[in-house]
Each structure stands twice: as structure tokens, then as C-alpha cells.
Design a protein. Structure first.
Length: 230
């Protein structure tokens, strides 16, 4: 049985795997429970981000989340296949009903042209090769499929604070945040077209008292969502 047994998803042939690209998973592997409970403690920010992603998703999809983590997004968005390098995070994602394949975004252990949707949420800032990961997402999508990317927008007011304080936080010490303009250029370079953007989190997440609004574009909200088509 394949790692995604029963789903119809075809893994790559044996021998296709990590090519020496280091996944920055140390803090997430060692402090998985602490990472996961952050969503519960900041549930308004989490739900705002979740809804910003949800409205960008196409319907009727064979879907994959790249960097599925603990499955906080995939499980509630109906995405049943995930790729994740951290074993401890993958364990929790499986408990949430996600079938997880071990691997990294820069070298997905999947054959091409299989998915209608690939989702990436807040992983661009941790990748060693962002452009390579986007090309891999493009490869596994079928013609007309969509990539949806949620990311911390470095140029937003709250994003600039995140950037300044990144060295003080356990999970963002190694993060290299992107701006909306950078993501736009990288998506186009990877072959995506018909790009659309949404954004949310206009307030310090620790100060949010109700769900944040969702607006078009990028540059103002800390959490931006891009969608591009293959």
C-alpha cells in the first residue's frame, strides 16, 4: 500500500526524495505541542487566517497541503493528503484525519499532474529554496489546477513587527519573510498565472478581540493569501 493508501494518489518512484536540502524543522520537531496550542490560544487570528484561505480555494478538488504541519488547516478545509518533514507534527496531523507523506516542499515525493489544488500555509519563510518549492507545486498540479499560498507579508505593518521580533521567538528565529511583491514575482516565475490576493490580520494577533476582516490585495494585512493557476 502507498503512503497515501486508498486515495488514488501516486507517490514518486523509489529513489526520488530529499536531495540534501535541509528542512528547518528543529523547533517544530522538538516543541510540537507548544506550536500546536498557539492556534488555540490565538483562535481569533487562526480562524481569520482559515477563512482567508477558505475563500480562495477552488471547489471539486483533488487536494494536497504542502507542509501540512499538525493539520490545523487541512483538517478543517477538507484536505486529506499532506506532505510534512516533521515526524512529530505529522503524527498529530494523522490524528486529525490527514494522510501524511514524509517529504519536503523542495522535492515532493509525488508524481506530477495529480492535484487540482496545492496549499501552502506559512511555510515560504522556512524554505531553503522558495523558487524550487513553487516549481515542485506547479509540477504536481494538473493543468488548470491552483496553488494557494498563505504567508506573512513582510511589508505589512504587523509583518514588519514580526520581522523585527523574529529573533526573539522560538518558531520564527530562522524565518525569512517575503513581501507580497516578492511572492507575486516568484509565482509568475514558477509558471502560475491569473493571480489573485486576499489579506487579513490588521491588528497584533495578541490584541484581536473579534475575527479580522478579509480584504482583497496585499500589503496591509499581516497574513496574505495568493492564488495562482497552472
Amino acid at each position: 500500500m502507498s503512503p497515501a493508501g486508498g486515495t488514488g494518489i501516486v507517490p514518486a518512484a523509489s529513489g526520488t526524495g530529499v536531495r540534501g536540502v535541509a528542512a528547518r524543522i528543529g523547533p517544530f520537531e522538538r516543541h510540537t505541542e507548544k506550536y500546536d496550542t498557539r492556534f488555540s490560544r490565538n483562535w481569533r487570528a487562526y480562524r481569520s487566517e482559515l477563512e482567508a484561505v477558505r475563500i480562495m480555494l477552488p471547489h471539486g478538488r483533488r487536494s494536497l497541503e504542502i507542509g501540512v504541519g499538525t493539520g490545523r488547516f487541512a483538517a478543517l478545509l477538507g484536505i486529506r493528503i499532506g506532505v510534512e518533514p516533521s515526524q512529530s507534527m505529522a503524527r498529530i496531523a494523522r490524528e486529525r484525519g490527514v494522510r501524511v507523506i514524509g517529504g519536503i516542499a523542495e522535492d515532493l515525493p509525488l508524481r506530477g499532474d495529480q492535484f487540482d489544488l496545492a496549499l501552502m500555509v506559512t511555510i515560504l519563510c522556512f524554505l531553503d529554496d522558495v523558487d524550487g518549492a513553487l516549481r515542485e507545486a506547479h509540477r504536481v498540479l494538473s493543468a488548470g489546477g491552483s496553488l494557494v499560498v498563505g504567508f506573512v507579508d513582510r511589508d505589512s505593518p504587523v509583518g514588519r513587527v514580526y520581522q523585527e521580533r523574529s529573533g526573539e521567538t522560538l518558531f520564527y528565529r530562522e524565518a525569512a519573510f517575503c513581501s507580497g511583491k516578492e511572492v507575486d514575482c516568484r509565482l509568475k516565475s514558477a509558471g502560475f498565472h491569473s493571480l489573485a490576493y486576499g489579506q487579513t490580520i490588521f491588528t497584533d494577533p495578541g490584541q484581536i478581540r473579534e475575527l479580522e476582516p478579509i480584504r482583497e490585495g496585499y500589503g496591509e494585512g499581516c497574513f496574505a493569501v495568493a492564488r495562482g493557476m497552472k
